[in-house]
Ligand binder design. Structure first.
Ligand code: AMP
Length: 206
């Protein structure tokens, strides 16, 4: 199972990627998580990525393409969350996994800012929560590993707007590219994570 999740920031890609990976027993590769971890550790990758991420811009393809190529090496299944985000990245993925199928999660644009504003993440295990719709059992603490939850810096409204612009300009053409090659499935991203997951499973033919 080789799945690419597409959709604007806040559509629920991260939540569905983690569920799909567990369901199919494959690796979830979330490029944003990998980059945030690199920034936290202050590695050379993190140093390169930090400035772009803070401004809601894309980290250059020359960084992302080799990073993902390395992640995919030797895998016979995966769920990609946050890659490809540009046509050049999509072309690179086509070389290593031409059979990958994309699932686009569709959410009305006016719902996205609220979703991102309430999002909380575990900086240790990357579990995802929302203060209203999917809160942790103990407020502010990860259910899985008890680490204090944080809000992502780039979930602030000014940066969210930039990320949405970048999506429309750079990533919408990726959606079209998958559509043209008849590898795009679209699901409604409104509703509970469980309901959306069932739609995603149907979309990938499970
Ligand atoms: P995400 O967690 O997927 O929303 O990604 C957070 C940030 O990481 C993005 O706003 C970008 O700055 C960077 N990033 C993640 N994935 C990519 C990618 N495929 N290409 C370029 N930048 C990326």
């Amino acid at each position: 199972m080789k799945i690419v999740l597409l959709g604007p920031p806040g559509c629920g890609k991260g939540t569905q990627a983690q569920r799909l990976a567990t369901h199919f027993g494959v690796k979830a590769i979330a490029t944003g998580d990998i980059l945030r971890e690199a920034v936290r550790r202050g590695t050379p990758l993190g140093t390169k990525a930090k400035e772009y991420m803070g401004q809601g811009k894309l980290v250059p393809d020359e960084v992302l393409v080799p990073l993902v190529r390395e992640q995919l090496e030797g895998l016979d299944g995966f769920v990609l969350d946050g890659f490809p985000r540009t046509v050049a990245q999509a072309a690179a993925l086509d070389k290593s996994a031409p059979e990958a199928v994309a699932v686009r999660i569709q959410v009305a644009p006016d719902r996205l800012v609220g979703r991102l504003g309430g999002r909380r993440v575990c900086p240790s295990c990357n579990a995802l929560y929302h203060v209203m719709s999917t809160p942790p059992r103990t407020p502010g603490v990860c259910d899985r590993c008890s680490t204090p939850l944080v809000q992502r810096d780039d979930d602030k409204p000014e940066v969210v707007r930039k990320r949405q612009e970048v999506y429309a300009a750079e990533t919408a053409p990726v959606v079209e590219r998958f559509q043209r090659s008849d590898r795009l499935r679209t699901v409604d991203g409104e509703g509970t994570p469980d309901a959306i997951f069932q739609r995603v499973l149907r979309a990938v033919g499970d």
